[in-house]
Design a protein around this ligand. Structure first.
Ligand SMILES: Cc1ncc(COP(=O)(O)O)c(C=O)c1O
Length: 383
């Protein structure tokens, strides 16, 4: 009897149904394929490669979507962050507070701008910077605080601003993961003076390659971002300041515009999927569900639960054909890239503990209830 119970409780992966991917970009592409194909063919025929009407149209649409005056399309999200920092003169000799539990690009951009990173721990429930976490890490040297809207949930920028303002520090939003999310009725990316976003294909609004944007309602900052992103130049061969090259191309703009028209519906589908996960895991002991802060509309870029013995569970899910993932297994201060700061395990206990427990479940707009049941059944067996 013991044997039959054991074997029936650990079914072979193929007996459980088709694999569940972590993300399904093919389904998104299928929705826009017929619409974008003629537009891309026409852009290529006209040799309309970089800048031009498609980029301008997308920039206008995305600025309106985010409730800001300016959207400057650039090469990727890391460039967008660096451009935002440089436009604010956050360069050599200035310090930026960055949460340790983000994608490494949040901190890389600071180093690339020539500034200094100071890391901060985060709130244990939301895993975001908040008033208390900023208060305990900010110094008189801090020139900027990078509010990362992790997993698609806006950081409480209102709280962060209340501390940053006292120190004369500016707040920059890392809105790479938060397209379509809101806080207190305002879109993520419009909550501070300047924000950067990424259109990496896996983002809620993803290109067919790399892309990013800087968002601001400050005319001077917008002009400066455009100049720095164009070799420090507004007039051909006149380079008024140091810059580099970071551009969005027509093909990406065509893809992004088609996807932007569907983003509200896709984010609504993600929200419905998140609610289903919440219900399905509510009675599973040992699985801690993600927390949404009051006032926030999440876009569920990532749905990450917390479990003990995470690596075993991750391996078990993979063995059952479920594409779970980790965001992020190593807090940034413990990566080799930031070894020079001399930080150690134990310096940021909340983020370090979470990094060992976090487990991102499949999440994408076309995820079905049947797929989610399969994911949670597997999770139940494994915890
Ligand atoms: C939080 C965060 N910041 C910055 C980036 C950098 O964007 P990109 O990969 O487009 O450079 C990403 C995504 O990759 C991200 O998730």
């Amino acid at each position: 009897m013991t044997n039959s119970v054991l074997t029936s409780s650990v079914p072979a992966a193929e007996a459980l149904g088709p694999p569940v991917p972590f993300i399904d970009l093919v389904a998104q592409q299928a929705e826009i394929q017929d619409e974008i194909s003629p537009e891309i063919a026409e852009a290529l025929r006209r040799a309309d490669f970089i800048g031009g009407k498609h980029v301008a149209a997308f920039e206008a649409d995305f600025a309106a979507f985010t409730s800001v005056t300016h959207c400057i399309g650039v090469g990727n999200g890391t460039d967008a962050l660096e451009l935002a920092l440089r436009a604010l003169d956050i360069v050599e000799g200035r310090e930026v507070l960055v949460p340790v539990n983000s994608f490494i690009a949040s901190a890389e951009a600071v180093l690339r701008a020539g500034a200094t990173v100071r890391f901060a721990d985060v709130d244990d429930d939301s895993l975001l910077l908040d008033r208390a976490s900023v208060e305990s890490a900010i110094t008189n040297e801090t020139a900027a605080v990078m509010a990362v809207h992790l997993y698609g949930q806006p950081a409480p920028v209102d709280q962060i601003l209340s501390v940053a303002d006292r120190y004369g520090a500016v707040v920059i939003e890392d809105a790479a993961q938060s397209q379509g999310a809101c806080r207190n009725g305002r879109p993520a990316g419009s909550l501070s003076r300047i924000a950067a976003t990424s259109f990496y294909p896996g983002k809620n609004l993803g290109a067919a390659g790399d892309g990013g944007a800087v968002l601001t309602s400050d005319d001077d900052l917008a002009a400066r971002v455009r100049r720095i992103a164009s070799h420090g130049s507004t007039e051909k061969y006149v380079h008024d300041e140091f810059g580099f090259n970071s551009r969005l191309d027509s093909i990406q703009a065509i893809v992004l515009r088609a996807k932007l028209a569907r983003l509200e519906a896709w984010n609504a589908a993600r929200r419905a999927a998140a609610r289903r996960y919440d219900v399905l895991i509510a009675d599973v002991d040992g699985v801690r569900a993600p927390v949404t802060l009051a006032g926030n509309v999440h876009n569920w870029h990532i749905y990450s639960v917390r479990v003990e013995d995470r690596d075993r569970i991750l391996a078990g899910l993979h063995a059952e054909g479920i594409g779970a993932a980790l965001h992020y297994p190593t807090p940034i201060h413990l990566t080799g890239a930031f070894r020079h700061l001399g930080l150690a395990r134990g310096d940021f206990p909340v983020a370090e503990r979470a990094a060992a427990q976090l487990l991102s479940l499949p999440m994408f707009p076309h995820l079905t209830e049947a797929q989610q049941v399969r994911v949670v059944d597997a999770l139940k067996r494994l915890v």
